[in-house]
Design a protein around this ligand. Structure first.
Ligand code: NAD
Length: 399
């Protein structure tokens, strides 16, 4: 099953049958077991690496570390990466990998060992040909990428590393930076004036959610609700985001920041100017899409809205800025880091921000120009991405 509805896209663009066949399944995938001796106990985790499409470049996509992740989810995420890199016109293909384990339940050294084992298991097929280039995703972070770099000793084999370990200044906050930039553009497109004073709710306060909140707060957005896996908080006057960042960094639970606790379901239904799901996938479905009261959703998470949920939101007049556009700031910065790894050049944080802001604005502009009343913004973004992929596969003589 694909995330992208190729059949529906054929109403909008020409997709030759062989191209559709090639895009509807992963190009290559491998599943394996990672074992970890833990004293008297023994821990074993399923792992997967999926290349969805490499017509435009190496398979690029993060490593998800999650106790519930499946091969099917990894395939969906790899497909979205092909779409994202094609839409942004970055010379990468799409891939993804996953490790089925709960990072919260592993000690740092245990997690390091699993990551090292992950590299050892796939180094010949994937790492040393430099065909798959990972980055952080849910449950992984810059330190994990530094562990990978420590195993490969090749700077361009992995992105999202800490800046002092061959990483890029500005990469850590890149996805959130791009989400905030797209939120501002979408707000303007919807007829809003200044973003300052607009209200917003954000689900997820990890890498993407917390940086998105910070960049939005810097622009004067009034963030009235924030949630993570333990639940949410609400303040109609606006949550003190800088205080919340310090509170969480000090090891406290987000829900203890106050003043009012709300559930994740309540957060998604808040009557805000825009809503940002920035946590796990499939949080807006046919079960709860009708409860959404905002008119603008910015998809910072990957695949937060199911196709059934999407249809209900479209019916209710909710504009959804799709994941492959909204959260592409991270892969844009990853491209800079990969290039930097190859060349040894140096890039400042401000230069990284400038490239993200410019690329997000250009990509969003192309999506808005292409979209018309026949299609949602998601369909427009998919159409541009698929068209690019079809041409790249044809150029390579794949059909
Ligand atoms: P993370 O692990 O740093 O943070 C995840 C956050 O989501 C945490 O606050 C966690 O508590 C919360 N969460 C998890 N499950 C939840 C649930 N069921 N309900 C409510 N909250 C829940 O992950 P991240 O890197 O911030 O990634 C978040 C999303 O953004 C993912 O969908 C990921 O694929 C996507 N994304 C990440 C990047 C990146 O650069 N890290 C880039 C593009 C897209």
């Amino acid at each position: 099953m694909s995330v992208v509805d190729y059949e529906a896209l054929r109403q909008v663009i020409d997709i030759p049958a062989p191209a559709r066949e090639l895009l509807s399944r992963p190009e290559k995938q491998i599943s394996f077991a990672l074992s970890l001796p833990l004293g008297d106990e023994f821990f074993c985790a399923d792992a997967h690496v999926v290349y969805h499409n490499t017509a435009r470049g190496v398979a690029k996509g993060g490593i998800r570390f999650d106790p519930n992740v499946t091969l099917e989810e990894t395939q969906d995420l790899a497909e979205l990466m092909s779409m994202k890199t094609a839409l942004s016109q970055i010379p990468f293909g799409g891939g993804k990998s996953s490790i089925k384990a709960d990072p919260q339940k592993l000690a740092p050294l245990e997690k390091d060992s699993l990551i090292k084992e992950f590299v050892h298991m796939i180094r010949k097929e994937f790492f040393y040909p430099l065909d798959y280039v990972p980055a952080p995703d849910m449950g992984t972070n810059p330190r994990d990428m530094a562990i990978i770099y420590g195993e490969t000793h090749i700077p361009e084999s992995v992105t999202g590393k800490p800046p002092r370990n061959g990483g890029l200044a500005g990469r850590r906050e890149a996805t959130g930076r791009g989400v905030a930039a797209v939120a501002a553009l979408a707000w303007e497109q919807a007829g809003g004036e200044s973003l300052a004073g607009a209200t917003c709710a954000v689900q997820g306060f990890g890498n993407v959610g917390s940086w998105t909140c910070q960049f939005l707060a810097d622009r004067g957005v009034c963030i009235v609700g924030v949630a993570d896996i333990h639940g949410g908080i609400y303040d109609e006057q606006g949550i003190d985001i800088y205080g919340l960042l310090e509170h969480v960094a000090a090891g406290h639970l987000l829900i203890d920041f106050g003043p009012t606790r709300i559930s994740n379901a309540e957060l998604l239904a808040l009557p805000v100017d825009f809503l940002i799901p920035a946590a796990s996938g499939e949080v807006l479905t046919e079960q709860n899409a009708d409860s959404v009261t905002t008119k603008l959703i910015i998809e910072a998470a990957n695949h937060p809205v199911t196709s059934e949920g999407d249809a209900i939101l479209a019916e209710n007049g909710v504009t959804v800025v799709p994941d492959i556009l909204a959260n592409s700031g991270g892969v844009v910065a990853s491209y800079l880091e990969w290039r930097l790894g190859k060349s040894g050049a140096m890039t400042t944080e401000q230069e990284t921000y400038q490239v993200i802001d410019k690329t997000m604005a250009e990509t969003a502009g192309r999506v808005w120009d292409f979209a018309d009343e026949r299609m949602t913004m998601r369909t427009a973004a998919w159409a541009l991405a698929v068209d690019e992929l079809v041409k790249a596969m044809a150029d390579r003589g794949w059909f």
